[in-house]
Ligand binder design. Structure first.
Ligand code: UDP
Length: 462
């Protein structure tokens, strides 16, 4: 009898060029490889180093199924500084359109590369949110194309309703053309890959599928595919070791972890209000500060005097100025609460670790995620921020920052007390997030919902 072996599908994964997109989409690539697919990740030279180190930490079985290909990013052609290959590294907001121009040119080079791919031609494309050219390439190659936004299903559903009912139409958008490109991409793709799990967002995954008419594959929480003891370079950096030694000396559930994602910076006046709240609260605090080098001298010296940068085990407020091993921190038994900007990566990592949150959204869909955390699922409290934080890319310089802080230290302290010491309501939030942690840890196991959705994603490429 002749046995025909089904060929392994070949996924071409093209992460959007931002740190927080790279992390989960590479995890998705690793999960696909663990399920038997062949994967090529295409990115730029500098990002290829990060991607390769993330892949390497996944073990031989996965690593052998993944190839990382780098294609130059034309920074010089558009007038960006050399090495500027992630949107979070663009030096000023007015240069962001140049980054998108470079990404379009990068798309032409990727398409050229994919046309010539031998012996394994691509059988499916998964492209990050702003690679809006990817559906045209996929059509030419005759493969399905799936989009990865990095958002949860709830936020995507809200965005879909906004697109449909257009309450924003009267507002002038600086990047209207880009939004048009994004919409065209969203409408053209065959499906949506979401880093979430069906049991988490009530029926939002199914509703998103119904509202968009697309297949939605909820395959998360993808961070669970990696070892929580390693940071993103696959080894424990000095910062990572310091955090762990400091946490080891703390009582269970006693520590407040504070971090605002890969790039979140607040204006110095706001940072000072937050700082005053943190150093006066009764819980040990692990505080990740991005852009500390560009803070004004008086803020720097205040931080110097009031926080500990060296990680002395009995200090009350440890400040980390580099890259913190967030997944490992959140899974440490000493951590009892997370003050977060509600980026979806951070939110889901907190849920997967069973840690309740205080929500301080900065921008974009983070305000929707806050609603999900606080009002829909009931696993967090709101700090009470009402408008986007200015000066995200500039740390409040170049006129981006506000003179006055929106949120005062007392307001922050009240919300943190409710998070860390919230009585019956606090217990209820902890119970809910612990239940979700248990579910999150089951869904990627055989026959779990995310496991099955990964299988469906692979089938759709055969
Ligand atoms: N992250 C980290 N260490 C840091 C800052 C961020 O490991 O010091 C990771 C975090 O675990 C998450 C991602 O970076 O996976 C941030 O993604 P998120 O969607 O929360 O926020 P964004 O960076 O897009 O604002």
């Amino acid at each position: 009898m002749e046995i025909t072996l089904t060929p392994k599908p070949h996924f071409v994964v093209i992460p959007w060029l931002a740190t927080s997109h790279l992390i989960p989409i590479v995890d998705i690539a690793c999960l696909l490889a663990a399920h038997g697919a062949v994967v090529t990740i295409i990115t730029t030279p500098i990002n290829a180093q990060l991607v390769q180190s993330c892949v390497n930490r996944s073990g031989d079985l996965v690593t052998s199924g993944i190839m990382v290909t780098s294609i130059p990013f034309p920074v010089a052609d558009v007038g960006l500084p050399e090495g500027c290959e992630r949107v979070d590294n663009v030096p000023s907001p007015d240069m962001v359109p140049r980054f998108f121009d470079a990404a379009m040119q990068f798309g032409d080079a990727v398409a050229h590369h994919c046309r010539l791919m031998r012996p394994r031609r691509p059988s499916c494309i998964i492209a990050g949110i702003s690679h809006t050219w990817a559906h045209v390439m996929a059509r030419e190659l005759g493969t399905p194309c799936f989009i990865f936004h990095g958002f949860c299903a709830f936020s995507l559903l809200c965005c879909e309703y906004l697109q449909r009912h257009k309450p924003h139409e009267a507002v002038a958008f600086q990047m209207q053309d880009r939004l048009g490109d994004h919409r065209e991409f969203e409408l053209a793709v065959n499906g949506i890959v979401v880093n979430s799990f069906e049991e988490l967002e009530h029926d939002c995954v199914a509703r998103l599928a119904a509202a968009t008419g697309k297949t939605v594959f909820a395959v998360g929480p993808v961070s669970l595919c990696r070892s929580p003891t390693l940071d993103d370079s696959g080894a424990a950096s000095d910062d990572a070791k310091r955090c762990m030694v400091w946490l080891d000396a703390k009582k269970p559930k006693s520590v407040l972890y504070v971090s605002f994602g890969s790039a979140g910076r607040m204006p110095p006046v706001q940072l000072m209000q937050l700082g005053m709240a943190l150093v006066s609260c009764p819980w040990p605090v692990l505080w990740v500060i991005k852009g500390a080098d560009s803070l004004p001298d008086d803020v720097k010296s205040w931080l110097q005097q009031n926080t500990d940068a060296d990680g002395v085990a009995d200090s009350q407020c440890l400040a980390v100025r580099g890259w913190a091993p967030q997944v490992a921190i959140l899974s440490h038994p000493a951590v009892g609460g997370f003050l977060t900007h509600c980026g979806w990566g951070s939110t889901l990592e907190s849920i997967a670790a069973g840690v309740p949150m205080a929500a301080w959204p900065f921008s974009a869909e983070q305000f929707l995620n806050e609603k999900l955390i606080v009002d829909v699922i009931g696993i967090g409290v709101s700090i009470g921020v009402t408008k986007p934080t200015e000066g995200l890319l500039t740390g409040g310089k170049d006129g981006g920052g506000e003179e006055k802080a929106e949120v005062g230290a007392e307001q922050v302290k009240r919300a943190l007390k409710s998070l860390m010491d919230g009585g019956v309501e606090g217990e209820e939030r902890i119970k809910k997030v612990q239940e979700l942690k248990a579910k999150a840890n089951h869904v990627l196991e055989e026959n779990g919902s995310s496991y099955m959705n990964l299988e469906k994603l692979i089938q759709s490429a055969i």
